[in-house]
Design a binder for this molecule. Structure first.
Ligand SMILES: *[C@@H]1O[C@H](CO)[C@@H](O)[C@H](O)[C@H]1NC(C)=O
Ligand SMILES: *[C@@H]1O[C@H](CO)[C@@H](O)[C@H](O)[C@H]1NC(C)=O
Ligand SMILES: [Mn+2]
Length: 428
């Protein structure tokens, strides 16, 4: 009898002490001042995946208290959004309409140009490096097959996402490939999330890219505006000009001969909403330069480079495979297509404007992202096709490759941004 009483007393004391300690733990976590860049607030902005295991503490049959602690620390560590905060952004009416669409190149199928058009074909091939004549027979709003991971189809994203500005620099781009870039981006993005598409004309010389383009855009594409550079400035300076003109909270850079596929935008915006220093790349698919057939390049890889700074693709890590289709970290971006918050882009100082035309700019920006406390991820549910040309149709007017001239951001990020606490971008 006495022994049992003793046991109960000890048990009560044990529970009491445990609850007291747990209480103190909760209180200190809760009252941590928000504005101070403590280690704690550093952790807050880490990508979601790293914190997810905490949610599985439920399985652990320990005390309710422990679960409460886990819940609270989850809430304070990560701007987690529950089911109510998420939304199905799919445009099912559009998906159904596209499924019925037939014609040249529809459903992303190969289009074989009739042989009587060989002369026109050859002439346009020479100036574009791809079969632009075939492109002209394909609808600007052609349908594409859905190559995404099956789990992407009904995946929900945050209901509150920031608005994006799409920036498309071009120099002598072909008419239908340029417009298909804009049309596919606009049609397949939620109306409320795509603020504008800025076409940055880097001193093109083709006549139809002037008044005819302005007129077409004014009549058909209210979200598009054309920004003209006075002289040939190169890809990087064109992107910078577009970024300066952009009004969205997120900047999305696209190449001028690309096609965005179904629901491409929310998977790029969501990681940035969770941490504005995350830069997000879509999966890049291949649009065939001859037939415009749409196909996958692969099912994801990490960007890297060799000792000569040539871009390489490495296999995914096993944990990234397992996590599919969640965004995974990638050391360097391929370059042409990515999303970044305007805030972070300017904290990084944008691109180094000393960089000319093409080749290496992705290293400069990728290094700056990682060195300035950012993260670079690939988002498998966002897929965008790109025409890899058969050959370069115009000479590179710059000094060519500038790999040797990549300046590292020693001063760039130490001054800008480093002393700020991390935060998420406001919605809109
Ligand atoms: C594509 O455009 C054509 C012509 O402008 C239009 O009739 C058709 O409905 C559009 N298709 C979709 C899926 O919106
Ligand atoms: C920290 O940030 C504030 C506001 O952004 C700025 O005024 C200040 O100069 C920065 N301090 C340092 C040491 O960079
Ligand atoms: Mn390209």
């Amino acid at each position: 009898m006495r022994l049992r009483r003793n046991l109960i007393w000890w048990l009560k004391l044990g529970i009491g002490v445990f609850m007291f300690l747990a209480g103190i733990y909760i209180i200190t976590r809760h009252t941590q001042p928000d504005g101070h860049p403590t280690k704690h607030s550093e952790e807050r902005a880490l990508p979601l995946q790293e914190h997810i295991p905490a949610a599985h503490l439920d399985d652990n049959k320990n005390s309710i208290l422990e679960k409460q602690i886990a819940d609270i620390s989850l809430k304070t560590n990560v701007p987690m959004h529950d089911q109510e905060g998420s939304k199905d952004w799919n445009d099912y009416a559009l998906i159904a309409a596209e499924a019925r669409q037939t014609g040249p190149g529809e459903q992303g199928q190969a289009y074989i140009l009739p042989s009587n058009l060989a002369a026109e074909r050859d002439q346009l091939y020479r100036v574009n490096g791809f079969n632009a004549r075939a492109s002209d027979d394909i609808a600007l709003n052609r349908s594409l097959q859905d190559l995404r991971h099956p789990k992407c189809r009904d995946k929900k994203y945050l209901a509150k996402l920031p608005r994006a500005s799409v920036i498309v620099p071009f120099h002598n781009e072909h008419w239908s490939t340029l417009l298909r870039t804009a049309v596919s981006a606009i049609n397949r993005a939620p109306e409320s999330l795509l603020l504008e598409v800025i076409l940055v004309d880097d001193a093109s010389t083709k006549g139809f890219l002037k008044t005819k383009l302005d007129d077409y855009v004014r009549a058909n594409l209210p979200k598009v505006r054309v920004l003209r550079l006075a002289q040939r400035s190169g890809l990087i300076r064109a992107r910078l000009a577009g970024a300066r003109a952009a009004q969205g909270e997120v900047l999305i850079f696209l190449d001028s001969h690309t096609e965005c596929t179904t629901n491409w935008l929310p998977p790029l915006l969501e990681p940035i909403t969770k941490d504005y220093r995350t830069c997000v790349c879509p999966f890049i698919d291949v649009i065939d330069y001859e037939t415009f057939a749409y196909r996958a390049q692969d099912e994801g890889a990490r960007g890297a480079f060799d000792w000569e700074l040539f871009y390489k693709r490495l296999p995914l890590l096993p944990e990234d495979m397992e996590n599919m289709p969640e965004p995974f970290r990638s050391p360097v971006m391929a370059g042409g297509l990515f999303a970044i918050s305007s805030k972070f882009f300017w904290e990084l100082g944008g691109y180094d404007p000393g960089l000319d035309i093409w080749g290496g700019e992705q290293y400069e920006l990728s290094f700056k992202i990682w060195q300035c406390g950012g993260t670079l991820v690939d988002s498998p549910c966002s897929r965008i096709g790109h025409i890899y040309r058969k050959f370069a149709p115009f000479p590179n007017p710059g000094v060519g490759n500038f790999v040797g001239r990549v300046r590292l951001p020693e001063e760039t990020c130490q001054e800008r941004g480093r002393n700020e606490t991390r935060e998420t971008i406001s919605e809109g």
